[in-house]
Design a protein around this ligand. Structure first.
Ligand SMILES: Cc1cc2nc3c(=O)[nH]c(=O)nc-3n(C[C@H](O)[C@H](O)[C@H](O)COP(=O)(O)O)c2cc1C
Length: 218
């Protein structure tokens, strides 16, 4: 796969998928990162695998269905880690990455991260990301929230993490579920300054809305 000229070749990001509703966000984020030439370290919790199956009909025994191309085409660009392997590269701060995205993130994993628990690789990698002062983006999905969720979000924010609720905006005038998924994925990539063509930012959207208003008036 060719590297995007807009993004540095060395960029690598940990992408964790946990068992919250929103598997399409995970798949779109994975595709967008690979498209941008980012090396992805992918790790999926057991509940995350179940959600991939329930929401995208992707079998846990054949994760290649998560990808747009055969797994072999991603040699050197995608590393899939076992969530039980707490000795994986991404469990160490000396292994450099450009940050971590947890999409979607459960309240369970939110709590584990807020309390610095490291009983699986996802939680350890998130801990490492925070301790090394790298960007941790948590796409949390649960509704409504408990006070524990809110306090855990506050704690992670105070540690430098970014909490992003999986709530798409409607100012882009979405027509399909794909549009909504793209909107959230675009905001995730924006957090890491990764170029994409998934959705417009608000300034560009305003311009387009004004053009449409003018066309409607003329
Ligand atoms: C179909 C389904 C949907 C779920 N959706 C959510 C959700 O949106 N948010 C959440 O916090 N937990 C959700 N859960 C519960 C988590 O999967 C469960 O707490 C699990 O232990 C989380 O483990 P993990 O954080 O290691 O992925 C869901 C479970 C199932 C089976």
């Amino acid at each position: 796969m060719s590297q995007s000229s807009d993004n540095p070749i060395t960029k690598s990001i940990v992408l964790a998928i946990t068992g919250a509703s929103g598997a399409p966000y995970a798949q779109r984020t994975l595709h967008a990162l690979l498209d941008a030439g980012i090396h992805v370290h992918l790790v999926i919790s057991d509940a995350g695998k179940r959600l991939l199956h329930d929401e995208l009909q992707i079998s846990t025994s054949d994760l290649s269905a998560l990808l747009p191309k055969p797994l072999d085409d991603y040699a050197g660009e995608l590393t899939i880690h076992n969530n039980k392997n707490i000795g994986a590269t991404i469990a160490s701060g000396s292994f450099k990455t450009d940050g971590m995205i947890i999409a979607p993130c459960t309240s369970n994993s939110l709590a584990a991260i807020a309390t610095s628990q490291s009983q699986n690789l996802i939680h350890r990698a998130a801990y490492v990301t925070l301790k090394e002062r790298r960007k941790l983006l948590v796409l949390h999905r649960e509704s409504p929230l408990t006070l524990a969720d809110i306090r855990n979000m506050e704690t992670i924010t105070l540690m430098g993490g970014v909490i992003m609720p999986a709530t798409p905006g409607f100012y882009t005038l979405p027509q399909t579920i794909d549009d909504l998924v793209n909107h959230i994925t675009a905001r995730i990539l924006d957090q890491f300054d990764i170029k994409h063509n998934l959705a417009k930012n608000w300034a560009d959207q305003l311009k387009e809305n004004k053009q449409q208003d003018k066309l409607a008036r003329d």
